[in-house]
Write a protein that binds this ligand. Structure first.
Ligand SMILES: *[C@@H]1O[C@H](CO)[C@@H](O)[C@H](O)[C@H]1NC(C)=O
Ligand SMILES: *[C@@H]1O[C@H](CO)[C@@H](O)[C@H](O)[C@H]1NC(C)=O
Length: 346
């Protein structure tokens, strides 16, 4: 006996089928939400492979402080730039050689930090205490804290050869202005006592704390920090200033990496040039009624595009715990605090 296919009984009546369709849709949406929760969109960047340094360049790279770099120790990440500067990752340098070299040259290392408004009470103590444990341990260090409330700077017991100086700055009204006045203030300080006392200086944001050794392996004529949020992104996606009227503007095909203004440094002379350039760019923009997308960080990125840094620090040196685990990040050395802008920026 034949049964026509079209006459086969449907497994469910239409009403039930409709209900099943809706149940499946709701389930699928629920799964998607759970998936995004466990596996944030940010993790899609893991699908972008990291570049690797060509072996011809690896063999050549030397460093003034660490001597030979073992760049092949990290085949999983990019360890050099196209202009043959090293990108410092855990495992590529010998920290003891850098320590000895700094002592041999009898260097003093400066660390500047701005603690203005609520940033002071909220972050400065932890920043300094953790710096005493991890920043240039065993070296001569001079901290420069810039603040409008010198009396509120915590008194810490500092290790031998370490000093803390408090510099008064006037408080700007908006936090954008605080961040932008920083370059001008640093430029003046580098031309004064700070520049006479230290030979190399690191400039850092205060809303972070040290969690691992941050030693002289980071020193060079000019030092830039890869931004933890952006080191895997393709160049055209990086958040450079794109408004051509701004002094910080970079065209689509310009820019090497996106650098984080939370850490930069170098020799006093190189930092004088950097801060002069950024302060001038900020002034020009202000005169035109503009404000670059990421304020002084945009101008810093423009500077490092024009004048390439001699050394680049991997995101291990300034990591954001909000990103979660990444296989290539072995020992974070500085961690940003959670951003609580509403609380500290008014
Ligand atoms: C090392 O530098 C310090 C401070 O800059 C100075 O007081 C000291 O005399 C120097 N030591 C040598 C051996 O040059
Ligand atoms: C190494 O030192 C020399 C001389 O002091 C300097 O010209 C050069 O720029 C330094 N290199 C780096 C990578 O800082």
């Amino acid at each position: 006996m034949y049964v026509y296919v079209s006459e086969l009984p449907m497994p469910f009546p239409p009403r039930v089928r409709k209900r099943i369709f809706w149940q499946m849709t709701v389930c699928a949406l629920g799964l998607l939400v759970l998936l995004l929760y466990w596996f944030p969109v940010r993790n899609l960047e893991l699908l972008i492979p990291l570049d690797v340094c060509p072996s011809a360049t690896m063999a050549l790279l030397k460093d003034n402080f660490t001597g030979d770099l073992r760049l092949w120790n990290r085949p999983d990440v990019l360890t050099c730039t196209s202009w043959k500067a090293p990108i410092i990752w855990d495992g590529t340098f010998d920290p003891d050689i850098a320590q000895r070299e700094v002592r041999r040259q009898n260097l003093t290392i400066g660390l500047t930090v701005f603690a203005v408004g609520r940033y002071l009470e909220k972050y400065l103590k932890r920043f300094l205490e953790s710096a005493e444990k991890h920043f240039m341990v065993g070296q001569r260090v001079v901290y420069y804290v810039f603040t409008e409330q010198p009396a509120a700077v915590p008194r810490l017991a500092l290790g031998p050869g370490r000093q803390l100086r408090v510099e008064f700055v006037v408080r700007e009204r908006r936090w954008q202005d605080v961040s932008m006045a920083r370059m001008r203030t640093l430029h003046e300080a580098l031309g004064g006592r700070l520049g006479r006392e230290a030979q190399f200086v690191l400039c850092m944001d205060v809303d972070q704390h040290f969690t691992g050794s941050f030693g002289p392996e980071v020193l060079a004529d000019s030092v830039a920090q890869l931004h933890a949020w952006h080191y895997r992104w393709p160049r055209w996606l990086l958040p450079f200033e794109r408004d051509a009227r701004s002094a910080a503007a970079l065209a689509r095909h310009e820019g090497d990496f996106y650098y984080h203004a939370a850490v930069f440094g170098g020799s006093v002379a190189a930092l004088r040039r950097l801060t002069a350039h950024c302060a001038q760019g900020l002034r020009l923009d202000r005169a035109r009624g503009l404000e670059a997308r990421w304020h002084d960080e945009s101008h810093l990125n423009k500077f490092f595009w024009l004048y390439k840094p001699a050394k680049v620090l991997s995101p291990e040196f300034c990591w954001s715990p909000e990103i979660g685990r990444r296989a290539e990040i072995h020992h974070p050395r500085l961690l940003w605090a959670r951003k609580e802008y509403a609380e500290v920026r008014d």
